[in-house]
Design a protein around this ligand. Structure first.
Ligand code: AMP
Length: 282
Protein backbone atom coordinates (compact mmCIF):
# COMPACT_ATOMS: atom_id res chain seq x y z
CA UNK A 1 0.00 0.00 0.00
CA UNK A 2 1.22 3.47 -0.83
CA UNK A 3 0.41 6.45 1.37
CA UNK A 4 -0.30 9.45 -0.84
CA UNK A 5 0.01 12.95 0.58
CA UNK A 6 -0.45 15.14 -2.49
CA UNK A 7 -3.21 15.74 -5.03
CA UNK A 8 -0.63 15.53 -7.81
CA UNK A 9 0.47 12.01 -6.92
CA UNK A 10 -3.17 10.98 -6.51
CA UNK A 11 -4.05 12.39 -9.92
CA UNK A 12 -1.15 10.43 -11.45
CA UNK A 13 -2.17 7.05 -10.02
CA UNK A 14 -5.82 7.68 -10.90
CA UNK A 15 -4.92 8.58 -14.49
CA UNK A 16 -2.80 5.44 -14.81
CA UNK A 17 -5.60 3.24 -13.48
CA UNK A 18 -8.18 4.77 -15.77
CA UNK A 19 -5.93 4.53 -18.81
CA UNK A 20 -5.64 0.81 -18.10
CA UNK A 21 -9.42 0.53 -17.83
CA UNK A 22 -9.27 -0.48 -14.16
CA UNK A 23 -12.24 0.21 -11.90
CA UNK A 24 -11.64 2.43 -8.86
CA UNK A 25 -13.38 2.04 -5.48
CA UNK A 26 -13.21 5.00 -3.11
CA UNK A 27 -13.91 4.89 0.63
CA UNK A 28 -13.90 8.37 2.21
CA UNK A 29 -13.18 8.37 5.97
CA UNK A 30 -12.07 10.66 8.75
CA UNK A 31 -9.78 8.00 10.23
CA UNK A 32 -9.82 6.47 13.73
CA UNK A 33 -10.82 3.42 11.74
CA UNK A 34 -12.93 0.61 13.19
CA UNK A 35 -14.78 -2.46 11.94
CA UNK A 36 -17.51 -0.25 10.41
CA UNK A 37 -14.97 1.40 8.13
CA UNK A 38 -13.38 -2.00 7.50
CA UNK A 39 -16.65 -3.40 6.16
CA UNK A 40 -16.74 -0.61 3.56
CA UNK A 41 -13.10 -1.19 2.61
CA UNK A 42 -13.60 -4.95 2.28
CA UNK A 43 -16.62 -4.44 0.06
CA UNK A 44 -14.67 -1.97 -2.09
CA UNK A 45 -11.81 -4.48 -2.30
CA UNK A 46 -14.17 -7.19 -3.61
CA UNK A 47 -15.80 -5.00 -6.23
CA UNK A 48 -12.94 -2.94 -7.72
CA UNK A 49 -9.51 -3.32 -9.33
CA UNK A 50 -8.04 -0.38 -7.41
CA UNK A 51 -9.05 0.68 -3.89
CA UNK A 52 -8.39 4.17 -2.57
CA UNK A 53 -9.24 5.08 1.04
CA UNK A 54 -9.05 8.71 2.08
CA UNK A 55 -8.29 9.57 5.70
CA UNK A 56 -8.96 13.24 6.30
CA UNK A 57 -10.59 15.02 9.22
CA UNK A 58 -12.44 17.59 7.17
CA UNK A 59 -12.59 20.89 9.07
CA UNK A 60 -15.36 22.38 6.91
CA UNK A 61 -17.94 19.84 8.09
CA UNK A 62 -17.43 20.50 11.81
CA UNK A 63 -19.82 23.05 13.22
CA UNK A 64 -18.33 22.59 16.70
CA UNK A 65 -14.66 23.60 17.09
CA UNK A 66 -14.20 21.41 20.21
CA UNK A 67 -15.44 18.37 18.30
CA UNK A 68 -12.87 19.08 15.56
CA UNK A 69 -10.06 19.67 18.06
CA UNK A 70 -10.74 16.49 20.02
CA UNK A 71 -11.62 14.25 17.06
CA UNK A 72 -9.53 11.05 17.49
CA UNK A 73 -6.51 10.79 15.18
CA UNK A 74 -4.76 7.42 14.88
CA UNK A 75 -2.90 7.54 11.58
CA UNK A 76 -0.44 4.71 12.22
CA UNK A 77 -3.08 2.24 13.28
CA UNK A 78 -5.30 3.36 10.39
CA UNK A 79 -2.53 2.76 7.85
CA UNK A 80 -1.84 -0.69 9.33
CA UNK A 81 -5.52 -1.66 9.09
CA UNK A 82 -5.81 -0.43 5.50
CA UNK A 83 -2.67 -2.27 4.50
CA UNK A 84 -4.01 -5.49 6.06
CA UNK A 85 -7.25 -5.06 4.07
CA UNK A 86 -5.33 -4.97 0.80
CA UNK A 87 -5.93 -1.31 0.05
CA UNK A 88 -3.81 0.04 -2.83
CA UNK A 89 -3.64 3.71 -1.86
CA UNK A 90 -4.33 5.57 1.37
CA UNK A 91 -4.81 9.27 0.59
CA UNK A 92 -3.83 11.11 3.79
CA UNK A 93 -3.41 14.79 2.89
CA UNK A 94 -2.87 17.83 5.10
CA UNK A 95 -5.57 20.49 5.44
CA UNK A 96 -3.41 22.87 3.36
CA UNK A 97 -3.14 20.30 0.58
CA UNK A 98 -6.93 19.90 0.39
CA UNK A 99 -7.81 23.56 1.00
CA UNK A 100 -4.95 25.73 -0.31
CA UNK A 101 -7.53 28.46 -0.10
CA UNK A 102 -10.91 28.51 1.67
CA UNK A 103 -13.65 26.57 -0.10
CA UNK A 104 -16.47 29.09 -0.54
CA UNK A 105 -18.75 26.86 -2.58
CA UNK A 106 -22.34 26.70 -1.41
CA UNK A 107 -24.25 23.66 -2.66
CA UNK A 108 -27.97 23.80 -3.33
CA UNK A 109 -28.63 20.59 -1.43
CA UNK A 110 -32.35 21.22 -1.05
CA UNK A 111 -34.83 19.57 1.34
CA UNK A 112 -32.75 16.42 2.08
CA UNK A 113 -30.20 18.62 3.84
CA UNK A 114 -32.63 20.87 5.69
CA UNK A 115 -33.99 18.44 8.29
CA UNK A 116 -32.43 16.50 11.19
CA UNK A 117 -28.61 16.74 11.02
CA UNK A 118 -28.98 19.62 8.57
CA UNK A 119 -31.15 21.55 11.01
CA UNK A 120 -29.04 20.71 14.08
CA UNK A 121 -25.60 21.21 12.53
CA UNK A 122 -25.68 24.31 10.32
CA UNK A 123 -23.12 24.10 7.52
CA UNK A 124 -22.31 20.46 8.21
CA UNK A 125 -23.72 19.02 5.00
CA UNK A 126 -22.31 21.81 2.87
CA UNK A 127 -18.89 20.89 4.31
CA UNK A 128 -19.54 17.22 3.53
CA UNK A 129 -20.50 18.16 -0.04
CA UNK A 130 -17.31 20.24 -0.36
CA UNK A 131 -14.95 17.46 0.70
CA UNK A 132 -16.74 14.59 -1.02
CA UNK A 133 -16.99 16.53 -4.30
CA UNK A 134 -13.25 17.26 -4.11
CA UNK A 135 -12.50 13.59 -3.42
CA UNK A 136 -14.71 12.48 -6.32
CA UNK A 137 -13.05 14.96 -8.68
CA UNK A 138 -9.58 13.80 -7.61
CA UNK A 139 -10.12 10.03 -7.53
CA UNK A 140 -12.68 9.68 -10.35
CA UNK A 141 -14.12 6.57 -8.68
CA UNK A 142 -16.23 3.95 -10.40
CA UNK A 143 -17.91 3.31 -7.04
CA UNK A 144 -17.88 5.15 -3.72
CA UNK A 145 -18.80 3.47 -0.44
CA UNK A 146 -20.73 5.06 2.42
CA UNK A 147 -22.14 3.64 5.66
CA UNK A 148 -25.85 3.69 6.40
CA UNK A 149 -24.96 4.77 9.93
CA UNK A 150 -24.88 8.27 8.44
CA UNK A 151 -28.18 7.66 6.72
CA UNK A 152 -29.04 11.24 5.80
CA UNK A 153 -25.50 11.83 4.54
CA UNK A 154 -26.04 9.28 1.76
CA UNK A 155 -29.11 11.17 0.52
CA UNK A 156 -27.15 14.43 0.63
CA UNK A 157 -24.28 12.91 -1.33
CA UNK A 158 -26.67 11.54 -3.94
CA UNK A 159 -28.04 15.06 -4.33
CA UNK A 160 -24.52 16.51 -4.66
CA UNK A 161 -23.66 13.88 -7.30
CA UNK A 162 -26.75 14.88 -9.26
CA UNK A 163 -25.90 18.59 -9.00
CA UNK A 164 -22.28 18.12 -10.06
CA UNK A 165 -22.98 15.45 -12.68
CA UNK A 166 -20.49 12.87 -11.36
CA UNK A 167 -20.67 9.57 -13.23
CA UNK A 168 -20.26 7.01 -10.44
CA UNK A 169 -22.15 4.56 -8.30
CA UNK A 170 -22.89 5.31 -4.64
CA UNK A 171 -22.81 2.06 -2.66
CA UNK A 172 -24.62 2.20 0.71
CA UNK A 173 -23.28 -0.30 3.27
CA UNK A 174 -25.08 -1.70 6.36
CA UNK A 175 -24.37 -0.45 9.89
CA UNK A 176 -21.78 -2.47 11.80
CA UNK A 177 -22.57 -2.80 15.51
CA UNK A 178 -20.92 -3.97 18.70
CA UNK A 179 -22.26 -7.29 20.03
CA UNK A 180 -24.55 -5.33 22.37
CA UNK A 181 -26.05 -3.28 19.53
CA UNK A 182 -24.14 0.00 19.81
CA UNK A 183 -23.32 1.30 16.32
CA UNK A 184 -19.56 1.56 15.87
CA UNK A 185 -18.33 5.14 15.74
CA UNK A 186 -14.97 6.86 16.03
CA UNK A 187 -16.55 9.02 18.73
CA UNK A 188 -17.39 5.99 20.93
CA UNK A 189 -13.90 6.23 22.50
CA UNK A 190 -15.14 9.39 24.21
CA UNK A 191 -17.83 7.46 26.15
CA UNK A 192 -17.15 7.00 29.87
CA UNK A 193 -17.64 3.43 31.15
CA UNK A 194 -21.02 4.50 32.56
CA UNK A 195 -22.12 6.08 29.27
CA UNK A 196 -20.81 3.09 27.31
CA UNK A 197 -22.98 0.82 29.45
CA UNK A 198 -26.23 2.63 28.61
CA UNK A 199 -25.48 3.58 24.98
CA UNK A 200 -26.69 0.20 23.57
CA UNK A 201 -30.18 1.03 24.81
CA UNK A 202 -30.53 3.37 21.84
CA UNK A 203 -30.48 0.51 19.36
CA UNK A 204 -32.56 -1.68 21.66
CA UNK A 205 -35.31 0.95 21.85
CA UNK A 206 -35.24 1.46 18.07
CA UNK A 207 -35.69 -2.29 17.61
CA UNK A 208 -38.64 -2.30 19.99
CA UNK A 209 -40.19 0.48 17.93
CA UNK A 210 -40.51 -1.98 15.06
CA UNK A 211 -42.79 -4.08 17.25
CA UNK A 212 -45.03 -1.04 17.73
CA UNK A 213 -45.37 -0.73 13.99
CA UNK A 214 -46.10 -4.46 13.72
CA UNK A 215 -48.79 -3.99 16.39
CA UNK A 216 -50.54 -1.46 14.15
CA UNK A 217 -49.32 1.88 15.52
CA UNK A 218 -48.99 4.74 13.03
CA UNK A 219 -45.63 6.42 12.35
CA UNK A 220 -46.41 9.53 14.41
CA UNK A 221 -47.30 7.42 17.46
CA UNK A 222 -44.22 5.24 17.05
CA UNK A 223 -42.10 8.36 16.77
CA UNK A 224 -43.44 9.87 19.99
CA UNK A 225 -43.28 6.58 21.94
CA UNK A 226 -39.69 6.00 20.81
CA UNK A 227 -38.61 9.50 21.71
CA UNK A 228 -40.21 9.13 25.15
CA UNK A 229 -38.59 5.71 25.70
CA UNK A 230 -35.14 7.12 24.93
CA UNK A 231 -35.61 10.12 27.19
CA UNK A 232 -36.91 7.86 29.98
CA UNK A 233 -33.47 6.24 30.20
CA UNK A 234 -31.37 8.05 32.77
CA UNK A 235 -28.27 9.34 31.00
CA UNK A 236 -29.81 9.51 27.51
CA UNK A 237 -31.16 12.73 26.06
CA UNK A 238 -32.53 12.67 22.52
CA UNK A 239 -31.90 15.70 20.33
CA UNK A 240 -34.42 14.37 17.83
CA UNK A 241 -36.05 11.17 16.72
CA UNK A 242 -37.65 11.51 13.33
CA UNK A 243 -39.42 9.00 11.14
CA UNK A 244 -38.80 9.96 7.53
CA UNK A 245 -39.18 8.79 3.97
CA UNK A 246 -35.95 6.83 3.42
CA UNK A 247 -35.30 8.53 0.06
CA UNK A 248 -36.35 12.13 0.59
CA UNK A 249 -35.58 12.41 4.33
CA UNK A 250 -38.86 14.26 4.77
CA UNK A 251 -40.85 13.53 7.96
CA UNK A 252 -43.88 11.29 7.61
CA UNK A 253 -46.65 10.72 10.12
CA UNK A 254 -48.33 7.81 8.31
CA UNK A 255 -46.48 4.74 7.04
CA UNK A 256 -48.35 4.85 3.74
CA UNK A 257 -46.75 8.24 2.98
CA UNK A 258 -43.33 6.60 2.61
CA UNK A 259 -42.20 5.98 -0.98
CA UNK A 260 -40.50 3.03 -2.61
CA UNK A 261 -37.60 2.83 -0.14
CA UNK A 262 -39.92 2.75 2.86
CA UNK A 263 -39.40 4.59 6.11
CA UNK A 264 -36.42 5.14 8.38
CA UNK A 265 -36.21 6.37 11.94
CA UNK A 266 -33.21 8.61 12.57
CA UNK A 267 -32.01 9.57 16.00
CA UNK A 268 -29.40 11.73 17.67
CA UNK A 269 -28.85 11.17 21.36
CA UNK A 270 -26.56 12.76 23.91
CA UNK A 271 -25.08 10.05 26.08
CA UNK A 272 -22.75 11.25 28.82
CA UNK A 273 -22.05 14.39 26.77
CA UNK A 274 -21.22 12.41 23.59
CA UNK A 275 -23.43 12.97 20.57
CA UNK A 276 -24.38 9.58 19.07
CA UNK A 277 -26.37 8.97 15.91
CA UNK A 278 -28.18 5.86 14.79
CA UNK A 279 -31.14 4.80 12.68
CA UNK A 280 -33.42 1.94 11.83
CA UNK A 281 -35.46 0.93 8.78
CA UNK A 282 -39.13 0.09 9.04
P1 AMP B 1 -16.37 8.70 9.26
O1 AMP B 1 -14.92 8.33 9.36
O2 AMP B 1 -17.07 8.67 10.58
O3 AMP B 1 -16.62 9.94 8.46
O4 AMP B 1 -17.04 7.52 8.45
C1 AMP B 1 -16.56 7.16 7.18
C2 AMP B 1 -17.55 6.23 6.55
O5 AMP B 1 -17.70 5.07 7.36
C3 AMP B 1 -18.94 6.86 6.41
O6 AMP B 1 -19.50 6.50 5.17
C4 AMP B 1 -19.68 6.25 7.56
O7 AMP B 1 -21.09 6.17 7.34
C5 AMP B 1 -19.07 4.87 7.62
N1 AMP B 1 -19.29 4.28 8.94
C6 AMP B 1 -18.99 4.84 10.15
N2 AMP B 1 -19.38 4.03 11.15
C7 AMP B 1 -19.98 2.96 10.57
C8 AMP B 1 -20.61 1.78 11.06
N3 AMP B 1 -20.73 1.54 12.37
N4 AMP B 1 -21.10 0.90 10.17
C9 AMP B 1 -21.00 1.13 8.83
N5 AMP B 1 -20.42 2.22 8.31
C10 AMP B 1 -19.91 3.12 9.16
Amino acid sequence: MEIIRTKQRLADVVDDARRQGRSIGLVPTMGALHAGHRSLVERARKENDVVIVSVFVNPTQFNNPDDLRTYPRTEEADAAMLEACGVDYAFIPSVEEVYPEPDTRVFDLGPVAEVMEGAMRPGHFNGVAQIVSKLFALTKPTRAYFGEKDFQQIAVIRRMVELEGFDLEIVPCPIVREADGLALSSRNVRLSPEARAIAPKIHYILELSRDLKAAGKQAAEVQQATLDAINDVEGLEAEYYQIVDAATMQPISRWEDAGELGAAGCVTVFCGGVRLIDNIRY
